[in-house]
Design a protein around this ligand. Sequence first.
Ligand code: UGA
Length: 456
Amino acid sequence: MTPRNAAPRVSVIGTGYLGATHAAAMAELGFDVVGIDSDASKIEALASGRLPFFEPGLAELIQTHLASGRLRFTTELADAVGSSDIHFICVGTPQRMGSHAANTDYVEGAVAAVARALTHDGIVVGKSTVPVGTAARLRELVEALVPDGITAELIWNPEFLREGKAVEDTLRPDRIVIGGASEAAEQALRTLYATPISNGTPVIACDLPTAELVKVSANAFLATKISFINAIAELCDASGADVTVLADALGHDARIGRKFLNAGLGFGGGCLPKDIRALTHRAAELGAMGAVGLLEQVDDINMSQRQRVVDLALDAVGGSPLLARIGVLGAAFKPHTDDVRDSPALNVAAALHLRGAQVAVYDPAAGETGRRTFPTLGFVDSLEDAVAGADVLLVLTEWSEFIDADPEAVGRMVRARTIIDARNCLDAAAWRAAGWTVRGLGRSTAQAESRSLVLA
Ligand code: UGA
């Protein structure tokens, strides 16, 4: 350990979204940090201040602390662990091939490597999202592997950052959960997080399984909220109601809240879909069948949103996509990211492409990642190229470039003025005023027309 009262030195194992952001944030909070990854190209990029992915504000923060000398990156785990006191495990837990279970091999590998490399007492802090029960197993692993005479404690401190807002979420988290910590370990983490704590972030100290479950339950709740409003959107379509007005009205009840009540194409990305599936799998293993049923329904509703948008697009081009040109606006799973992992947008674009339509996809940030993921899909580099000659436009990711587009100018470039607003993000009245047919999800045309009449 560092001498008493000296600031703890931090190592961060795994430098993806979570680890790179956490490392930079710890440096910003005043600590000496080393980020470690086995991927040499990733480390090379980070060490020269470049990000291997898109995340607003993160490259600048990394550059600042490469320059301040508080942050460095290496592939040499043993050296880095030897010169640090608190070791954060930030490696991924992808879905296992052929199963919904989370693959915890990388976490186990990282924890084992750290435990073996310890040269002095330390704290191993899990941040990765893991199935409940994993941390207890890892604790035994640390105890078995730690060199004689060295004491290491494994605790859990889940991360709640959102892509696109990762820096803000890490520097100013909603809450800090510390699971399974002794008094000394809790105190060490309180020292690391002293700045957000002094700014009012609450700390919840709990046992290991509670800390593991807080994380996945948070994502499961957010997913449930989205699928709830999408189920209500279906009811709105069937009854002539408008889900956006309904969500506004619901949201005024502070117990419900307006956030995560946007109906539309549903959730995707590297976290929510994977986490609810892993949780469903784990719940089944533990015999918690109520949770299994609920989460399966959430997943089902979410996936059916993608089919609904495909159906709306097919309907708009008269049932046969073969001669249709479809302009797709958005490929990322949400705005402010280039991430296309389990992206509903890419999924819908690909489904229409596979049905034989000529699909032109434009995304302000995710063109490159989209191309890599789906090389046979037609990606273009501007909104103009995506809409030119289109029989129907689909807004699949709510980037402001699409929300702010001029309906009249776009209208002059298309073959037919039909737009499917799968994120319910457009000013439908303004588009209709420019002669467009606008279809949303949960916003029946009749109701939306009558609203725009009232507004006019
Ligand atoms: C999510 C959680 O929000 C984070 O708290 C968590 O830390 C993270 O997963 C993780 O586990 O690492 P993220 O995947 O970045 O973060 O994305 P969100 O902002 O949660 O959005 C997820 C999806 O839900 C997006 O596809 C978005 O378009 C969709 N969504 C969101 C809706 O369909 N409707 C809404 O009202 C809100």
